[in-house]
Design a protein around this ligand. Structure first.
Ligand code: NAP
Ligand code: BGC
Ligand code: ZN
Length: 361
């Protein structure tokens, strides 16, 4: 079968013919429809994040997928059912551990998980993939085009849940949110923070940070969502309180390593920042004493968050259905065949989000 892979030592992915997988007991064979590209895929290709499956000369890319069950293999899933796979799996040598048993693989430490398409395991950018059924989330047929967005949205469901949990000991009613980053994760999050789904009140005022000149499709989306575009070249994050207002919640989705420190100045008293961006090493000076004091005297919190579990996928499934149609159509700026993955990656950097399409339902 056809697979998009990064070979050890290569700087760019390539299409390879690889053996089609055979499902083990409890696993199904899934025919891949679409696989989204995000910032993490670029980091995996560059070699700054993740790693190859042990002993393999290549890694199949891709972790945001939607597919259709091709062989149910005696499991409870029906053939023809649309599914979205989760990302984390137990390390193959142990098969399971307490984190997976508890349904909290997203809280597992290094070494207690692999991530498909990212850390030590093959991903979903191939004609077929196999997965245990309990790592597949069934979705309705209407999710064939945009179901791959459930995975990134689940990362936000988790981060927001953890950030709000950090404020759960008192009566907290956040009204303002600032999303750092106008990439696909930032824009999806901006749209989600405005939804009225009952899990928390929609934010009254939202801001989104970028560094692009107008006209730009991300700025158009930000403004169509009713949010305010903040250009980091004019308004550094640390000056947000002076130029606009201080905010109750900040969501970091750029990976710019100074942001966790700068955002402490943008937060209102009792506010919380969620960190999702994954930076490279970078040594710089900060006034640690002042920031430490700021957190203590104004009850501010920072929460790091990675990955998501099945509960977050279920919440994201609902959030995706509640997004306006124009939003997904504007966010996904290109659909490419596997052979054009290099173009898809270049387009993803220039525009917003691209997807590799292996088939249709
Ligand atoms: P992305 O498409 O690369 O988006 C990052 C965006 O941030 C880009 O649009 C970039 O602008 C903007 N940006 C970078 N530095 C900036 C700065 N100093 N000021 C203003 N804007 C800046 O990546 P993504 O897919 O949205 O993901 C965002 C980050 O989250 C990545 O690091 C990714 O690895 C990470 N991530 C983490 C999780 C998790 O579970 N923790 C989940 C998904 C993704 P330009 O396009 O103009 O350069
Ligand atoms: C993926 C997560 C993963 C994280 C760290 C993100 O892009 O969506 O599932 O845990 O990267 O590898
Ligand atoms: Zn991702």
């Amino acid at each position: 079968m056809k697979a998009v892979v990064i070979r050890r030592g290569d700087a760019e992915p390539t299409v390879m013919d690889v053996p089609a997988p055979t499902p083990d007991d409890g696993e199904v064979l899934v025919r891949t429809l679409r696989v989204g590209i995000d910032g993490t895929d670029h980091e995996v290709i560059e070699g700054s994040h993740g790693g190859y499956p042990p002993g393999s000369a290549y890694q199949i890319l891709g972790h945001e997928a939607v597919g259709v069950v091709e062989q149910a293999n005696g499991t409870a899933l029906d053939e023809g059912q649309l599914v979205v796979p989760t990302v984390r799996r137990p390390p193959p040598e142990t098969r399971t551990n307490d984190y997976f048993e508890r349904g909290e693989p997203d809280m597992a430490p290094d070494g207690a998980y692999v991530e498909r398409g990212i850390v030590g395991a093959h991903g979903y950018m191939s004609d077929y993939f196999t997965s245990p059924v309990d790592h597949l989330v069934p979705v309705p047929d209407s999710y064939a085009a945009y179901g791959f967005l459930v995975e990134p949205m689940s990362n936000t469901e988790k981060a927001v849940e953890h950030a709000f949990a950090a404020r759960s000991a008192f009566d907290w009613h956040p009204k303002t949110a600032f999303v750092l980053g106008n990439g696909s994760l930032g824009l999806l999050t901006l749209a989600m923070l405005q939804q009225d789904h009952g899990r928390y009140e929609p934010f009254e005022r939202t801001y989104c940070l970028g560094r692009r000149d107008r006209p730009d499709p991300t700025v158009d989306i930000i403004e169509r969502l009713g949010a305010t575009y903040v250009d980091s070249r004019e308004t550094p994050v640390g000056e947000m309180a002076e130029t606009h207002e201080s905010v109750d919640f900040v969501y970091e989705a750029t990976g710019h390593a100074k942001h966790p420190f700068d955002l402490l100045d943008a937060l209102a008293p009792n506010g919380v920042g969620a960190l999702l961006g994954i930076p490279d090493d970078w040594t710089f000076e900060v006034d640690g004493g002042r920031l430490h004091r700021e957190m203590v005297l104004r009850n501010k919190a920072l929460v790091g968050s990675v990955n998501s579990n099945r509960r977050h996928f279920e919440a994201a499934k609902e959030s995706l259905a509640a997004l306006p149609d124009w939003f997904c159509e504007s966010l996904v700026t290109g659909v490419y065949p596997p052979e054009a993955v290099t173009d898809a990656l270049a387009d993803d950097t220039r525009s917003i989000k691209t997807v590799v399409e292996f088939g249709t339902p």
